[in-house]
Design a protein around this ligand. Structure first.
Ligand SMILES: C[S@@+](CC[C@H](N)C(=O)[O-])C[C@H]1O[C@@H](n2cnc3c(N)ncnc32)[C@H](O)[C@@H]1O
Length: 210
């Protein structure tokens, strides 16, 4: 899917504005610190993660369902210290990679908006090496029942206005159901974000072996 005018021109500006804050950049840095070797990022957006990858990353494949043009994105790719391979595809379709091929896989603020999340997570599990690590920084369902009820109420409207973004997904449950074993997980509220969309899940997971 290449995307229409909104996806190609308005969405990138919106993402830079909403996810480019110093608070978000700090969280990206913490999350990406453990990435290494051959790495896959799903939901590349405008490349806001690129400056935060550590030198332990040797090669990066990035995937997004929308092809966003822009000099800023090109500049970020050009400044990376490793090769960046960019692909436009729906991450819930089959990823163009062999089983067990990545040392680390990254998603940040992406699981909320993938339509068929179960299929995308199953692909993440398939292409992650047995000793590889999945790093996630995602917003989702609150553990506070009052906030979760508010999220359920607002979600249909939020999904329409936010280009398919769900605010009430219980991220840890989706990961476990996809055969990923969560090793560490921090729950926190993103500073300056509305409570319903600032409930964060940051952590690491590995594939279970069946
Ligand atoms: C909220 S943005 C986050 C972008 C980036 N990860 C960041 O942290 O700045 C979500 C991104 O996921 C992408 N996305 C949504 N559904 C997708 C899918 N099914 N496959 C691949 N990318 C998808 C969107 O196009 C968008 O770029």
């Amino acid at each position: 899917m290449k995307g229409g005018f909104y996806d190609r021109y308005l969405l990138p500006r919106l993402l830079e504005w909403a996810l480019g804050s110093p608070a978000c950049q700090r969280e990206r840095e913490i999350t990406l610190a453990l990435s290494r070797g051959k790495t896959l990022e799903i939901g590349f957006g405008t490349g806001l993660n690129l400056p935060h990858y550590p030198s332990s990353v040797t090669d990066l494949t990035v995937v997004d369902s929308v092809e966003m043009p822009g000099k800023k994105i090109e500049a970020r790719i050009g400044a990376a210290a490793f090769p960046v391979h960019r692909t436009t595809l729906d991450a819930s379709s089959r990823l163009p990679a062999d089983d067990c091929s990545f040392d680390s896989i990254v998603t940040t603020w992406t699981l909320c908006s993938i339509g068929n999340l179960e299929a995308a997570l199953s692909e993440i599990r398939r292409v992650l090496k047995p000793d590889g690590i999945y790093l996630f920084l995602e917003h989702g369902r609150s553990d506070d029942p009052r906030i979760a009820r508010r999220q359920d109420f607002i979600n249909p409207l939020h999904r329409c206005l936010g280009r398919g973004c769900n605010i009430n997904r219980k991220i840890d449950r989706f990961l476990q159901e996809a055969g990923l074993v969560i090793e560490t997980m921090d729950r926190f509220i993103l500073p300056f974000a509305p409570r319903v969309s600032g409930e964060m899940y940051r952590g690491t997971a590995r594939r279970n072996e069946i």
